[in-house]
Design a binder for this molecule. Structure first.
Ligand SMILES: NC(=O)c1ccc[n+]([C@@H]2O[C@H](COP(=O)([O-])OP(=O)(O)OC[C@H]3O[C@@H](n4cnc5c(N)ncnc54)[C@H](O)[C@@H]3O)[C@@H](O)[C@H]2O)c1
Length: 267
């Protein structure tokens, strides 16, 4: 159960990239705090499946939608539809994200375009679409899922690092405009969370380390060496931080990149 000061009863939240990983955990945590949730994902069936599980567990309304955050018009249509169907739009969690790992000279142009489109353009499109609904109520919460890579860099991830640094900059700019309208905008910056996005990097890491170690060991070497806590972060930890940032208790936190990274960015 969320703490009493994280009471989101009667609120409406959109979470993008909500079919799996951190997004699914965040949608569940918002629902546990009482908010109705709209789960946007490229995979609409998986989003609906996740929504059904959330509704069964929490009893609040949860719906899945097929939304590609790279498509500005579609994102606007779906944000408007959620506000219309649910009666308001209070919180937006810009969580959808992808990764591509390759040395810079070999980094495919298409992968660059895709990582920027999902991780950065999508954040702008959804924020712009949600904004008028929040302005109309003089209250809103926007949480952008950046990364420790919005604060520090790692090699072989040039597009991801660039996009996440840009998300932190965008967060600050939007927070300045939101302050006049009771809208807070923050960036959550996780270290390594064991999700599909991280697991998919294992084959590349095994090759990079010379091929004589297993995938689990390669992931631990790549990620845990960077985190003083030496422990993968649980998606629910990130989800609970997002729920807190949506609460009234967090009204004075805005424009902030907030680390949840086991000390990674403290290096
Ligand atoms: N896992 C980590 O260690 C970690 C660390 C820091 C930040 N993040 C960020 O957290 C967010 C979630 O990552 P995750 O680890 O849960 O990944 P994940 O791969 O488990 O989930 C990402 C979800 O986004 C969806 N998605 C992908 N492209 C989309 C699009 N164009 N439109 C809509 N949905 C789309 C996928 O279908 C998937 O359900 C991302 O922004 C990621 O960059 C993750």
């Amino acid at each position: 159960m969320p703490a009493d000061f994280i009471d989101l009863t009667g609120r409406v939240s959109i979470v993008t990239g909500a079919a799996h990983g951190i997004g699914a955990a965040t949608a569940l945590e918002l629902a546990r705090a009482g908010s109705a949730v709209a789960l946007f994902d490229l995979d609409g069936d998986e989003a609906s499946h996740a929504a059904a599980g959330i509704e069964a567990e929490t009893g609040v309304t949860a719906r899945g939608y097929a939304v590609d955050v790279r498509k500005a018009e579609l994102v606007k249509q779906m944000c408007d539809a959620v506000a219309e169907d649910f009666g308001s739009l209070d919180h937006l969690i810009n969580n959808a994200g992808i990764q591509h790992v390759a040395p810079l000279p070999e980094f495919p142009d298409t992968a660059w375009d895709d990582v920027i489109a999902v991780n950065l353009d999508g954040v702008f499109y959804a924020t712009k679409a949600a904004w008028p609904h929040m302005v109309a109520r003089n209250r809103g919460r926007i949480v952008n899922m950046a990364s420790v890579h919005g604060i520090v860099a790692s090699p072989y991830k040039p597009a991801y690092v660039a996009a996440k640094h840009a998300v932190v900059g965008f967060t600050r700019a939007a927070a300045l405009e939101g302050a006049d309208h009771g809208i807070t905008v923050n960036a959550v910056c996780p270290g390594a969370v064991m999700t599909d996005l991280v697991r998919a990097q294992a084959p590349y890491l095994v090759r990079t380390y010379g091929g004589d170690i297993g995938e689990d060991e390669a992931l631990e070497r790549a990620f845990l060496d960077a985190m003083p806590s030496k422990t993968f972060i649980d998606p629910q930890e990130v989800a609970q931080l997002c729920a807190y940032l949506c609460s009234d208790a967090a009204r004075s936190i805005t424009g902030a990149p907030i680390s949840i990274d086991g000390g990674w960015a403290a290096h």
